[in-house]
Design a protein around this ligand. Structure first.
Ligand code: ADP
Ligand code: MG
Length: 760
């Protein structure tokens, strides 16, 4: 960044024969600023009222006196700026002065001699010369030529038609983007690849300017002309592009209109003829005052276009052109005063670099190709951006193995291939998203939808809590029941153990293999016992109807219902019978065991007898081995008898087994019937409860409830076996029947209380 005040130079136009000595003096200082002193001639000074001053001194970067040639002016003023522009900074050179003071001569040049070429042709020549010399960068050059007359912009480089007036030229308008950058719509940017093309364009513009001028509009003195050289450069292979522009500005004449007839305060009260110069001065004043935050650039087109050149990103130079003769002394002083203010303005010029996205893409593509080539060279394989079907399958396999491996140290090795690594990450992400979704789905089954109001959510929560409590209670009851039944089943199992032994014997062989029957397998398996026990308290209809929900009240009601149901007696009778049968079977089993031991013992005696006789035959050979042994015969007869009794007992056990199985089926059947009866009764009770008036239910301890209950009990008794052995349900005076009814009432009250209805 270059931070610099605007450089201000002065150029005095040759006066020729009108030369008047002693009007001004130049103090040229090579090391510091030069000074211009304008001495007001005494006769003129006398004309000012109360004017005590005779001379005015102004400081300039450099003062070019009358003899100064165009080349010197160019070298001192324009060349440094052109160099900065070639380096990528913006630059502006503008000439300011009254009409005829040499602005056009300085900026464009004189038409007569080649040596009179001004700053524009010389800068163009210099720039193209430099561009040709520099082969390290690629440069593109464009030029534009804008004339601003009466706040209207005109494109002087329009080649389409020959202009006969300014109005024939394309109108240029100002556009401002959100970043407050100025864009000139309709101003053509003509490419110039060399000095000749650029000079032709300058000539075209100047011709257009000249033709457009009429004595009426006096365009040359009242308009501003801005010739701009646009340069963009970039190093080969780089995506960074530098853009810079050089404005060469020939301003309108700065002459002012004097407020005549007001006592001659000429120097202070004169006004610009050109309004835009008035706005230029306002901008300059604002910029010179460091505290001013608002700079009125927008007031005129010229200040808008030169915005960056004045107080912005630009290296700016001003040339104050002076025609210091006696008649122009006031204008010369005004020009110098203006120049002094401009000299205070500080600009900050920055390098205009930007990255060209198109170039960046080209560069990156090239880099990718190079890397691919390098990779192919290293791996020996040409790599495409897509993975092959085979590679994908292999990756899926690897991933599956890795994900299923429970070993925390297991690793997934797909090699140094970013395509494969990326594929694995995508796969894992998909899996995670999937599991998240299913988790959410699961949760959403329990969590009520957000749409529901808070009230609804509260009610739902309350219901769920109640359900949870009910379930807890039911579980407790079930656990107790299970314990009881387990004990019962164990008892039953114990009773059956003995019987099982003999049943195996029977099943296996009619000729009774005693050795094998020693390891009895049960004819009444543990599974059967468990099934039996589980059927005792199962309420299939409840689980079927309520989806497994068995309320505490319902469970309790069933217990009461069961106790008083006639079928319960049948079940109890059968259970007693079953018990007896089990006991008999157990007894028989024990006896069978005894017989088996006895038979084994007899067999052992026969074997012993054999051994004794063999030993006797060895000691006294006279003894006949083949003769019948009466002791042995007796033993055999005993065995046969025992076997007979064993067989008889076994047959009895076999019969018992059938009887037991039958009884069990019977009990099961009755239990099912009892449960069904309860189901019907419970449903009726529930319907009745719902139909009952609230006051009838309100006090279950009063007699008002009784008729309801009795009614339902009667209804129950007409269709089903009465809950007790009595024939009449209403309170009859029969102690047994009345006790039954009261038991029901109590149970019902319990149910109502548990359901929260009893105390409402
Ligand atoms: P402006 O553009 O400020 O109105 P011009 O540049 O048109 O003034 O100059 C007016 C006349 O003075 C022109 O004929 C021009 O050739 C001549 N002139 C101006 N400056 C010089 C100079 N430094 N050397 C020779 N002639 C000059
Ligand atoms: Mg001019």
């Amino acid at each position: 960044m270059v931070k610099e005040t605007i450089r201000v130079y002065a150029r005095v136009k040759p006066l020729g024969r009108q030369q008047q000595a002693g009007i001004y003096s130049v103090d040229d200082n090579e090391k510091s600023l030069s000074s211009l002193e304008i001495i007001v001639p005494r006769d003129l000074a006398d004309g000012f009222v109360n004017n005590k001053r005779e001379s005015y001194k102004f400081k300039f970067q450099k003062i070019f006196d009358q003899e100064a040639k165009q080349d010197v002016v160019f070298d001192s003023i324009a060349k440094p700026v052109a160099e900065c522009v070639l380096a990528g900074y913006n630059g502006t050179i503008f000439a300011y002065g009254q009409t005829g003071s040499g602005k056009t001569f300085t900026i464009t040049g004189g038409a007569e001699r080649y040596s009179d070429r001004g700053i524009i042709p010389r800068t163009l020549s210099y720039i193209f010369d430099q561009l040709q010399k520099d082969s390290s960068k690629v440069y593109t050059t464009h030029v534009s030529y804008l004339e601003i007359y009466n706040e209207c912009g005109y494109d002087l480089l329009d080649p389409r038609h020959e202009a006969s007036g300014l109005e024939d030229l394309p109108k240029v308008t100002i556009m401002e983007d959100p970043d407050q950058n100025i864009h000139l719509k309709n101003l053509s940017l003509q490419q110039a690849t060399n000095e000749e093309e650029a000079l032709n364009l300058l000539f075209l513009g100047d011709t257009n300017r000249m033709i457009a001028e009429t004595p009426m509009n006096q365009a040359s003195t009242r308009s501003h002309c801005i010739f701009t050289i646009h340069i963009s450069s970039k190093e080969p292979g780089s995506a960074t592009v530098q853009h810079s522009k050089l404005h060469l500005v020939d301003l309108a004449g700065s002459e002012r209109v004097a407020k005549t007839g007001v006592g001659g305060h000429l120097l202070t009260e004169a006004k610009y003829i050109n309004l835009s110069l008035h706005y230029l001065e306002q901008v300059i004043i604002a910029l010179a005052e460091k505290k001013r935050s608002h700079i009125p650039y927008r007031n005129s087109m010229m200040t808008s276009v030169l915005r960056d050149s004045l107080g912005g990103n630009c290296l700016t130079t001003m040339i104050a052109t002076l025609s210091i003769d006696k008649r122009n002394i006031d204008e010369s002083i005004a020009t110098c005063r203006f120049a002094q203010r401009v000299a205070l303005i500080k600009n900050e010029a920055v390098l205009n670099e930007e990255i060209d996205p198109r170039l960046m893409i080209v560069q990156l593509k090239k880099e990718i190709q190079e890397l691919k080539d390098e990779l192919a060279l290293v791996t020996g394989k040409q790599r495409t951006s897509e993975l092959s079907q085979e590679e994908l399958l292999r990756l899926d396999e690897l991933l599956e193995t890795f994900l299923e491996d429970n070993d925390p140290d297991s690793t997934l090795d797909v090699g140094a291939d970013m395509r494969k690594i990326k594929y694995c990450f995508i796969h894992v992400k998909q899996l995670m998203n999937h599991s998240k979704i299913s988790d959410k789905k699961l949760l959403s089954q329990y969590i009520p939808e957000e749409k529901e109001t808070n009230k609804q959510t509260g009610e739902e929560l309350k219901k769920l809590k109640e359900l949870l409590q009910q379930r807890d209670n039911e579980i407790n009851i079930l656990v107790n029941m299970l314990k009881k039944e387990k004990k019962k089943a164990q008892d039953a199992l114990f009773q059956l153990n003995a019987a099982s032994a003999c049943s195996t014997v029977f099943e296996q062989s009619p000729s009774i293999n005693l050795e094998e029957s020693q390891s009895p397998s049960s004819c009444f398996s543990l599974k059967e016992a468990k099934d039996f026990s589980s059927s005792v308290h199962r309420l299939p209809f409840l689980s079927r109807k309520t989806g497994g929900k068995m309320s505490l009240g319902c469970q309790e009601a069933f217990e009461v219902f069961k106790q008083d149901h006639a079928d319960s007696i049948t079940i109890e009778d059968n259970k007693q019978l079953l018990k007896q049968k089990f006991a008999e079977a157990k007894c028989l089993g024990e006896k069978l065991n005894e017989v088996r031991i006895k038979i084994n013992h007899l067999k052992g005696e026969i074997t012993q007898r054999h051994v004794q006789r063999a030993a006797l035959a060895v000691s006294s050979p006279s003894e006949e081995l083949n003769t019948l042994d009466p002791v042995e015969e007796k033993l055999r007869t005993q065995i046969e008898e025992e076997k007979k009794s064993y067989k008889a007992m076994f047959n009895r056990v076999k019969g018992l087994k059938i009887e037991i199985e039958h009884l069990q089926l019977l009990i099961k059947k009755v239990k099912m019937k009892l449960q069904k009866d309860f189901e019907v009764w419970w449903s009726e009770e529930t319907i009745n409860l719902q139909q009952e008036k609230p006051e009838m239910v309100s006090s279950p301890n009063t007699m008002t409830v009784y008729p309801q209950f009795i009614k339902s009990s009667q209804h129950l008794s007409t269709n089903r076996t009465p809950p007790s052995s009595s024939t009449s349900i209403p309170l009859t005076g029969d102690s047994q029947a009345d006790a039954d009814i009261l038991a029901f009432i109590k149970a019902r009250q319990n149910i109502l209380q548990k359901k929260g209805l009893g105390n409402k």
